[in-house]
Design a protein around this ligand. Structure first.
Ligand SMILES: *[C@@H]1O[C@H](CO)[C@@H](O)[C@H](O)[C@H]1NC(C)=O
Length: 456
């Protein structure tokens, strides 16, 4: 009898098959573990963490960024068109953008703010989970506070570090303060008489440990009462800020809103899906002149920030109970009414973002909208209050843009605009800008000679 080859081979085949099965199952276990870890990391990185975590933004990185911010200010050389303001593009850049400056198939929320209004960003980041570009205005003497605020924001809100870029504008003719000592943000915290009294050094330490818990309070303490621009005679350069933030947005689409507006949930994600479906990111549609209007509302400020509706269903409930109404309803109804709220509100929340209807532009409609970043820029001569957005919107109209109102999205202004909610110099500013607007319209006639459309 020879060696039992057949049985041996059969046996070996079985053994190999079993080993193979074990191998595969181990591999897939490993893959699952990896996925698990990746998911945990992602959640760890981007959930709002309510306390310091040096693993997220190390002291070393903070020091490095602080030096970067400081050096940018010391070496700043770019000025605005009137030679009155310093501009620092990408004072600090969203980390997800890396070093490359190509234009992405994506959308950026573009906004502008003074340091005292910047706390509003904390509401926006929980609604807009995508790229944000902030044009930040500070007075020269606020620079060292601004640096520490930005570093703390990046430390406490990893999504800000990941997806928000800050661009700085500050006045030219004021000498720089001593920037070499860190500003201690705790100094801005309103003192609480009821709290057990700590010696000032132990108070500082205990807060340094949980700066993130205190940051919203610190930021809201930077209110315009303490930092008053009018006293310094510097008109707020809103259109310059919008342009700076737009020029540094590295995406095909932008959504320009004021810092005290809050978008509905997931608008960036829904819009990207809509854009993909309609091939808006593709070459073939890039010259289409359509802007996408997002209806705007305002909410009773006593209900901010806890009751800001997240989607159209919640919005309609709020509108019907009377604590939310169309933006500028009382103050300048004709500035918004062409959005046709009545028709828009009749349409319930639909499963997909889409165009609901088109509206022909009427003077003085100034809607908020999503558009390509190739639309005309804002006229930087407009500062402070009045005509700063309308001038750009009427240029869109002259340039032949179509205004398409989207079905689901909306923005909500925190607080209702009432005639008495404005500062004392408003009328003066308004008058100045009214004259400027008249000039501007004449210039448009020249610029768009062949257009049959008019701004009135
Ligand atoms: C950051 O932005 C990108 C690009 O829009 C988006 O896909 C991602 O979800 C955002 N991440 C966070 C944490 O907001």
């Amino acid at each position: 009898m020879g060696f039992p080859w057949r049985q041996t081979i059969f046996f070996l085949v079985i053994v190999i098959a079993i080993l193979q099965v074990i191998h595969i199952s181990l591999l897939s276990r490993l893959e699952a573990l990896k996925n698990e870890r990746r998911k945990r990391n992602a959640a760890f990185k981007f959930d709002k963490i309510g306390h310091d975590n040096p693993l997220v933004y190390s002291i070393k990185e903070i020091e490095k960024d602080r030096k970067l911010l400081l050096d940018a200010v010391k070496e700043s050389s770019v000025l605005d068109a009137f030679g009155e303001m310093h501009i620092i593009n990408n004072w600090i850049k969203a980390e997800s953008l890396g070093n490359r400056n190509h234009i992405r198939k994506d959308i950026t929320l573009v906004t502008q703010s003074s340091l005292s209004e910047l706390y509003n960003l904390l509401t926006i980041i929980h609604r807009w989970k995508g790229l944000i570009s902030v044009g930040l205005f500070t007075l020269t003497r606020e620079l060292s506070i601004a640096i520490e605020i930005i570093l703390s924001l990046r430390k406490c809100y990893p999504m800000i570090r990941y997806n928000t870029s800050f661009h700085l504008v500050y006045p030219l003719l004021v000498p720089l303060p001593d920037l070499n000592t860190h500003y201690d943000l705790i100094r801005l915290l309103p003192s609480e008489p009821s709290a057990p009294s700590l010696s000032s050094s132990s108070r500082a330490e205990s807060i340094e440990e949980n700066i993130c818990a205190q940051l919203p309070k610190i930021m809201t303490a930077l209110n315009p009462g303490t930092l008053n621009y009018e006293n310094e005679g510097i008109p707020f350069p809103n259109n310059l800020l919008r342009n700076v933030a737009r020029r540094n947005s590295l995406t095909q689409f932008v959504f320009v809103i004021d810092i005290d507006l809050v978008p509905n949930n997931n608008l960036n994600y829904d819009f990207i899906e809509f854009a993909k479906e309609n091939r808006l990111f593709e070459e073939e549609t890039k010259d289409e002149k359509t802007i996408f209007v997002v209806p705007s509302y305002e909410i009773d400020s006593s209900l901010v920030p806890d009751h800001i509706p997240k989607d159209k269903t919640e919005l309609m409930l709020a509108v019907n109970s009377g604590y939310v109404r169309p933006f500028y309803y009382e103050l300048c109804w004709k500035c918004q009414k062409y959005t046709d709220y009545e028709a828009w509100q009749k349409e319930p929340l639909s499963p997909k973002l889409d165009i609901l209807f088109e509206v022909f532009w009427h003077d003085p409609w100034e809607p908020f909208y999503i558009s390509r970043n190739t639309v005309p820029m804002y006229d930087e001569r407009f500062r402070q209050y009045g005509f700063n957005r309308i001038s750009q919107v009427c240029e869109l109209h002259m340039a032949g843009y179509r205004f398409s109102v989207l079905n689901n999205p909306f923005v909500i202004h925190k607080g209702m605009k009432r005639p008495d909610s404005f500062h004392k110099d408003k009328d003066l500013e308004l008058e100045k800008n009214r004259i400027l607007f008249r000039h501007f319209k004449n210039e448009l006639k020249d610029r768009y000679r062949t257009s049959s459309r008019r701004c009135y």
